[in-house]
Design a protein around this ligand. Structure first.
Ligand code: UTP
Length: 289
């Protein structure tokens, strides 16, 4: 029943400069695909058919990636010996109905979500953060969709993080519902040490209802002078509770230098073309560390 997703990808990516100066962090490669392609594939495998990617002035290369590349396709066709590459290249342009809108100024994740108001209209929708790649056989956004179907409430993907990380992310006040599901009754974005409710934080995925737009239009700008999505979800948590899914999946933060390295190593270790070579290489360099 959830057919629409938005992927906010208009952030400045300051933590991975200079790599993200001319190449959006969402386009940084994990082995052989840009990060955002893994995210689109996750959405599609959970049954999403319509995806709005929020970009900005420096990110038109994302649009090019999900379009046809006639010149490349023509050349590969003419060579006649790269069938797999050719069909993969073509399939990227056909994965889903992909739309783009520009966030004119990077005023925060909440502001980026607000840019999707006319696309979403009156349906619940998925949000997949453009720099959070989560690898798992069962798509994480599908795990959240299942929880949304069961409870019909705003649903967020959560994980326990370290004490250092929680200060940079968000903290959740929660109580167990069942299995890996929690009822979240409050949350704080970038908490001070004395404000930490728990080490559970929202990481990269949520299911929102159109109610979020009314809240986003009313709340003030928050941490870092940005319109914070967490501040809007907090209002919903206080009013009716939000469902937290302690999801199964390996998350890589592509907005962070170490996250990019980890993603390439872990995905590489499972990649049929490079895994053997990479394993041998890691064993070899491990001797010298
Ligand atoms: P981040 O807070 O990681 O993005 O937002 P950022 O601003 O690029 O981070 P810095 O500069 O390294 O600190 C999470 C997601 O929300 C998007 C980002 O592109 C990222 O995918 N985002 C963030 C927007 O689309 N618009 C914004 O104004 C802010």
């Amino acid at each position: 029943m959830i057919k629409k997703a938005i992927i906010p990808a208009a952030g400045l990516g300051t933590r991975v400069l200079p790599a993200s100066k001319a190449v959006p962090k969402e386009m940084l490669p994990i082995v052989d695909k840009p990060a955002i392609q893994y995210i689109v594939e996750e959405a599609v495998s959970a049954g999403i058919t319509d995806i709005l990617i929020i970009t900005n002035r420096g990110k038109s290369v994302i649009e090019d990636h999900f379009d046809h590349s006639f010149e490349l396709e023509h050349i590969l066709n003419a060579r006649g010996n790269r069938d797999e590459v050719l069909s993969e290249l073509k399939s990227v342009a056909h994965m889903a109905n992909i739309y783009f809108i520009r966030q004119k100024e990077a005023k925060g994740l909440g502001h980026a979500v607000l840019c999707a108001k006319s696309f979403v209209k009156d349906e619940p929708f998925a949000v997949l953060y453009g720099d959070d790649v989560i690898v798992n056989k069962e798509p994480v956004i599908g795990q959240l969709i299942d929880a949304y179907k069961a409870y019909g409430k705003t649903t967020v993907g959560i994980k326990e993080v370290s004490k250092e990380q929680i200060l940079k992310y968000s903290t959740m006040k929660l109580e167990p519902l069942k299995d890996n599901l929690y009822n979240i009754t409050d949350m704080i974005e970038k908490p001070k040490p004395c404000e930490i409710f728990s080490l559970y934080s929202i990481l990269g995925r949520c299911i929102l209802t159109p109610e979020i737009f009314d809240v986003l239009e009313k709340i003030p700008y928050g941490a870092g002078g940005e319109l914070q999505l967490t501040d809007a979800m907090k209002q919903i948590a206080l009013k009716e509770g939000v469902v937290g899914v302690d999801f199964v999946g390996n998350r890589f933060d592509m907005g962070n230098k170490f996250g990019i390295l980890k993603a390439n190593i872990e995905v590489g270790l499972n990649h049929p073309e490079v895994s053997e070579e990479l394993k041998a290489y890691i064993k070899e360099i491990a001797k010298t560390i």
